[in-house]
Design a protein around this ligand. Structure first.
Ligand code: UDX
Length: 452
């Protein structure tokens, strides 16, 4: 089929490349000419494993093209995908200006005598696709035939190609059988189930999925808080819980809270949507509150360790700046928030991330921060080591080398990434999340109700 993909962010660029790889003729459209030029020359705007190769291969095979001109991109397209951003607005709502702006442009460029399916892949609140349809209808030439479809994307950054190729399911929300048939043809070769539904249910599915995953994370973070106080171990509890197939082991890793371009924004938007419908979704407000507190619980361990709240004169080595492993994305990264908190109290930082150093530098600047060339460079003469992103390579640190480089053998592991027995055995004071370590600061609660 002929496809036009509007927007070359994560969803759009990965989507365009994967659709082309499936044998479709794809044109990616973006208003940013510089970005388009870079992509064409093989320079990806984001770090995403396997993306560069996939884009170049499909350009070479003649199946993938890019343009800044929507009219050109939409020429003879069977399906037009909207993959532009829906950033968080001032009161938590999703800002739909890009989506609706693009809908208007699509409307003007629909061809007479052709049936086109307009698919929204951007994450949009329930009922948005009906607005997309209205906007298109209001500007489209008379008699043009089109349908709108909601087809949310569930890919994870860092694994997006794999996630698109081997998705757990495809959700297609549509108003007509004709539209569903076109989209089914695109995804029909995948082995996973296709969920066919109405527009509103498809839109809601995306928010429900992200909010549920965020709930899992906040839930295990609260269990972690309790484990630490009660002398239990959150990692073992998560394993014991997760092996129940109804629960599942994934997304039960306690840490410093979730970040990224999706969870914080989508959870806030769902909360806002519930208010728009005069419903108080109290659980989701709890999820957000727990997530916000989690980083403070982590930094309070640092303040306690260094006795007092002003950290002037202290230097911390930080491993990990991206919001998670395998990406250079620092949007809503909790690591960056923690750096802000520590710098705000006068601390200096020596930081390292395998991919996100440059993005962090352009956001945080250089004041009080040294961007290290590798993990060990970050540790030189630091008062303690902070592990803030779950990059695999940080699991394999040479602990003897770490000990020699740090001023004090003290580690705050915000992701429970390191092996507690090894770290403590190597003579470190080890702070972790949701379990007692040799650095446990809490005091046992004295309650008449607790068993002796
Ligand atoms: C998420 C969804 O997983 C994906 O389906 C959706 O399309 C977009 O949003 P992404 O933002 O790429 O994907 O990251 P994800 O891997 O889900 O992690 C989100 C955040 O949660 C990260 O900050 C990560 O460190 C944190 N996390 C994840 C935990 O703290 N614990 C976990 O167990 C899992």
């Amino acid at each position: 089929m002929k496809l036009c993909v509007i927007g070359t962010g994560y969803v759009g660029l990965v989507g365009a490349a994967v659709f082309a790889d499936w044998g479709n003729e794809v044109v990616g459209v973006d208003i940013d000419e510089k970005k388009i030029k870079k992509i064409e020359s093989g320079e990806m705007p984001i770090f995403e494993p396997g993306l560069e190769e996939l884009v170049l291969e499909n350009i070479k095979a003649g199946r993938l093209k890019f343009t800044t001109k929507l009219k050109e991109g939409m020429k003879d397209a069977d399906i037009v995908f909207i993959c532009v951003g829906t950033p968080q607005g001032d009161s938590g709502q999703a800002d739909l200006s890009y989506v609706l702006g693009v809908a208007g442009e699509i409307g003007k460029n629909l061809q007479k005598g052709r049936y086109t399916v307009v698919v929204t892949k951007s994450t949009v609140p329930v009922r948005t696709n009906e607005r997309v349809k209205e906007v298109i209808q209001s500007v489209a030439p008379k008699g043009v035939k089109f349908d709108v479809v909601s087809n949310p994307e569930f890919l994870r950054e860092g694994y997006s190609i794999e996630d698109m190729q081997n998705t757990d399911r495809t959700v297609i929300g549509a108003q007509t059988e004709r539209a569903k048939k076109v989209i089914r043809k695109l995804y029909g070769h995948l082995e996973s189930p296709i969920v066919e539904t109405d527009l509103r249910s498809a839109e809601m599915t995306k928010y429900a999925a992200n909010a549920f995953l965020a709930t899992k994370i906040s839930f295990i973070n609260e269990i972690g808080q309790l484990c630490e106080k009660a002398g239990a171990n959150v990692q073992e509890v998560a394993r014991g819980m997760g092996l129940d197939k109804r629960i599942g082991t994934r997304f039960l890793v306690a840490g410093i809270g979730y970040g990224g371009s999706c969870f914080p924004k989508d959870v806030a938007a769902l909360s806002r949507t519930s208010l728009d419908f005069a419903y108080d979704f109290s659980l989701i407000r709890g999820v957000m509150r727990v997530n916000d507190l989690q980083k403070h619980s982590f930094t309070s361990k640092i303040y306690q360790e260094f006795k007092g709240e002003a950290l002037g004169g202290k230097t911390f080595a930080v491993l990990g700046l991206a919001f998670k492993e395998n990406t250079d994305d620092i949007r809503e990264s909790v690591a960056i928030k923690i750096i802000h908190l520590l710098r705000g109290r006068g601390a200096s930082l020596r930081v390292f991330d395998p991919e996100a150093n440059e993005n962090a530098r352009s956001y945080l600047g250089d004041v009080g921060i040294h961007y290290a060339k590798d993990a060990y460079d970050a540790m030189k003469d630091a008062d303690a080591l902070l592990v803030l992103t779950e990059w695999k390579e940080f699991r394999e640190l040479d602990l003897q080398k770490v000990k020699k480089l740090l001023k004090n053998p003290t580690i705050f592991d915000g992701r429970n990434l390191l092996d507690q027995a090894e770290v403590e055995g190597a003579g470190f004071k080890y702070h972790a999340v949701g379990k007692r370590t040799n650095a446990y600061h809490g005091t046992d609660v004295k309650s008449a109700l607790l068993p002796k």
